[in-house]
Structure formats: C-alpha cells, structure tokens
Design a protein around this ligand. Sequence first.
Ligand code: AMP
Length: 321
Amino acid sequence: MTTFKDIIKYIKKYNNIVIARHLRVDPDALASSLALKSIIQSNYPKKDVYAVGINASKFKYMGVLNKLPENLDNTLLIVLDTPDLKRVDIENFDQFSFTIKIDHHPFVERFCDIEYIDETASSTCEIILDFAYSTKLDINIDAAKLLFQGIVSDTNRFTTINTTYKTFNLVHKLISNTKLDFIPLYNDLYKRPLKEVRIEGYIAQNMTVTENGLGYIKINEDVIKEFGVDAASPGNMINNFNYINEIIVWVFISHDVKNEIYRITMRSRGPVINEIASKYNGGGHALASGARVKTVEEVDNLLKDLDELCKNFRGDELENK
Ligand code: AMP
C-alpha cells in the first residue's frame, strides 16, 4: 500500500514535477493541483513544478495553470483527483519517468506506478492537507486558501456524507496554524450573476419529478442562450437541489449539439448512483456522478434505471419504518 512517506520520497527525488487532474475541472481538482504545486515550490524552491491542464475562466480566482513543459525527461507526474486514465487532462502520459496517483474517488483502474487512494476522504484537497501535515511540509497562506476552498466546495459546505471528524480536524488545524481569514473565501466560491439564479429558477420550475422521486431536466442550448449563461452553469448548480422532499435522485442533461453528446450530471440523497452512471460511460462517487452518452435512447434508459432505483429505495424506506 502506498503511504505518504513513499510520495514524499519521490517528490524529493525528482527536480521536475508535473501535476495533472481530471477533465472538466472543478474546484477540488484545481485547488489541489495549485496548492500541491505551491507547497512543493515553497518547501523545495529549487524544483521546477508545473500544474497543468485547460484553464477554466470560472475558477480563475484560484490561479493559472501552466503549459506542459516540452522536455519530460526525468520528470515525475502526480495525477490528482482522477480514478481512470481516460479522464486525466494531460498529453504524453507515457513520457513521464514515474507516475503517482492521489485520489478520493472509488477505485476504477490502476494506471500509475504508485497510487494513494483514500475513498473516505472528503476531497483530494483534504488528502493534500493530510499529506502536508503528515510529512511536515510547510503550508503557505496561498496553499491554505486553495485547500480550504477545495474542501468547502467538494463537501458542499461540509454537508456531504464523506465529511468526517478528520475533515474538521484538518481544517481546524489549517485555520489555527495559518490564521486563515476564511469568510472572504466564500465570496469566490458562491457569488454569482443574477442570470445564473434565474436559470436555477427555470430549472426548478421545469424539472420533471416522477412519483418515485426522480427529478430530471433536459436543458437544451436555446435555454442556455436565452439566459445568457455558460453551458456548464446548470451542472455547477446541481448541489443546490438537495434536501427537496419530493426528490431522491436528480439529474441534469445537457445536449452538446456540436460534439453530438449528452452530458449528464446527477446527485442522490440516498441510493448509490455511480454503478448506474458507469453503465452509461460515466462514474463518480456513490451519491455524485456524471456520464456522457451519444443517443436520446441511452438518456431515456438511464432515467428509467434511476427511476427504478428510486422506487426500490422508497420501498426499502417504507419497510424499515
Ligand atoms: P460532476 O457532476 O461533474 O460534478 O461530477 C460528479 C462526479 O462524477 C465527479 O466525481 C466526477 O469525477 C464524476 N464524473 C462526472 N462525469 C463523469 C464521466 N463522464 N465519467 C466518469 N466520471 C464522471
């Protein structure tokens, strides 16, 4: 089993280090990449460290990613927050001298030389924080901000089931050690334009909710245009539909006409959905998953499977009452 000691050994060994993360970046993936880069650089100023991948303008407050260096000789790659090779946002994966995976997703496949996977961690930022404290690395204030934001975002403000006493302990230590002024950091994460609130209202108004507790909506490009929002906006607000009496599982489906693909994001407040997501070219966590399919039939089949799941979950709930 890979330990933090193994990871620090390889970080010390290599002078060139690249950090990558999953496609369609989210705050945990981005913050963990930039924070790890900053921690390595401040503790080992002579090393060249690059956090790479496509930049997302929505999260530019976190920092800017680097271009992949041309020469990858004697270079260590650390892949964060990504369970399978197809979702790593990097080219030339085969050219690295050594590869390390650090992740909190359920295991999908082994693709790195050593892999540290902690499914019980709330977020990859939590693992990086744990790693830094366990190996006595200094955490600078920029890294502290990023790690706090990544944890808050991936736990949906400490409400998701993988938020544990350990999460709180680590965050407590981070805040007290660095004197982190954390209240202003919520601004970056949660301030948004009115048009996004308006499309959220549209979704609430127009979502279909089945008698079994499945909520779903297909959001086409006309709606995105009408509200003047980014195509990724609806997906970013999916967590706001938790804690609704009538809804157990909820799904947003966006049709990307140009790439001929349906992007699906789904959440659950009970039944495990990632097994169904993986049937439809997707995956993710037990209660937070995503998928991509090519046809409307596949979308309909996915919704049928999820509706059946809700029906069984309701049945079990009633039986256990
Ligand atoms: P999202 O709905 O994009 O916030 O993603 C929720 C979870 O599902 C994250 O852990 C993602 O890594 C995972 N996920 C999203 N889309 C896919 C996909 N197409 N394939 C595999 N996992 C996915």
